[in-house]
Design a protein around this ligand. Structure first.
Ligand SMILES: [Zn+2]
Length: 302
């Protein structure tokens, strides 16, 4: 018997009434009790209720193995192709939520001038270390959130910006996007990646899907709602692609075996990584079929 659930909370983004996307009743070991995922009836954005706290964006993942880092660098690099194509050498790219700094380093190696902006102090230290192999000053690493971007830029305009796996963490996704839009020059490009709530993987795993990460993710987007959110920030959407990416094989692996996720259980990190590596062919197949677990968008400031 299913006990009565309270009415779903109105959408914190647009105020519309919402319905449940997933409740603890749907869980097969996935969602913690008392956490519900809701879906706005108007803007189509999914949200976690109650929302995770502000520190939940900080990744707990320890630095990877060397061979894994090399593979990750290749995958990160291919993920940036759509952004880098058409940008001249020396173009100024701002990586918002730069994390470990790997992506910023890869962009610098491809001839970009890069500002890596990261709010988490632990990640900021890792990002500085990541730049050791580059000429001094090739990447400017700055500790700041989206609210501090104007100060970081100091009047400079970015040719491009990157927000990979950032939007789903932000308390105010719309304000964060607007702040990034404002540092772009007219015609400047923005690359955005988020977990794909509409993926075959999310449907197959239901409440167990790793991409929900309700303890860390406030927002849950599909292609349509991502398009709405980017448009609401005054950005022109050039393309939204359902891709895989480095996190995607891992997403399948940790949906199958949540205890092996190094972010959940660091001592089982090696097992988790091996499982993730084993899922690469599965992820590649799903990606080829257009069902990737990650949405990658290219938007432009008019
Ligand atoms: Zn809404």
């Amino acid at each position: 018997m299913v006990s009565a659930m309270p009415d779903a909370t109105p959408c914190p983004r647009c105020g519309a009434s919402s319905e449940y996307l997933l409740t603890p009743h749907d869980r097969a070991g996935g969602l913690p009790t008392a956490i519900r995922l809701c879906l706005s009836g108007v803007c189509g954005v999914g949200f976690t209720e109650p929302p995770p706290d502000d520190t939940a964006a900080a990744p707990a993942l320890a630095p990877g193995l060397e061979v894994e880092d090399r593979l990750a660098a290749r995958m990160v690099g291919s993920g940036m192709n759509h952004l880098v194509q058409g940008l001249p050498r020396g173009a100024l790219v701002v990586d918002v939520g730069a994390g470990s700094g790997l992506r910023a380093r890869v962009l610098a190696e491809r001839g970009m001038r890069v500002i890596a902006v990261e709010p988490d102090p632990v990640e900021e230290v890792r990002a500085h270390a990541m730049m050791a192999s580059l000429p001094a000053g090739a990447v400017e690493v700055v500790r700041a959130g989206t609210g501090g971007l104007a100060d970081v830029m100091g009047g400079r305009e970015a040719d491009a910006a990157v927000m990979w796996h950032v939007l789903e963490h932000l308390p105010d996704m719309d304000a964060g996007l607007a702040a990034v839009r404002d540092i772009l020059r007219p015609g400047g490009r923005l690359s955005v990646a988020v977990p794909n709530r509409g993926s075959a993987e999310a449907r197959a795993f239901g409440a167990r899907w790793h991409g929900w990460e309700p303890s860390r993710h406030r927002w849950h987007l599909d292609a349509q709602s991502l398009r709405i959110v980017l448009g609401a920030a005054g950005l022109g959407v050039r393309d939204i692609d359902t891709r895989g990416g480095w996190g995607y094989p891992a997403g399948i692996a940790y949906s199958m075996a949540p205890g092996a996720d190094p972010q959940v259980n660091p001592r089982r990190g090696l097992l988790g990584r091996a499982l993730a590596a084993a899922m690469v062919p599965v992820a590649a197949t799903a990606r080829a079929m257009g069902h990737g677990g990650q949405l990658v968008a290219l938007a432009v400031r008019p």
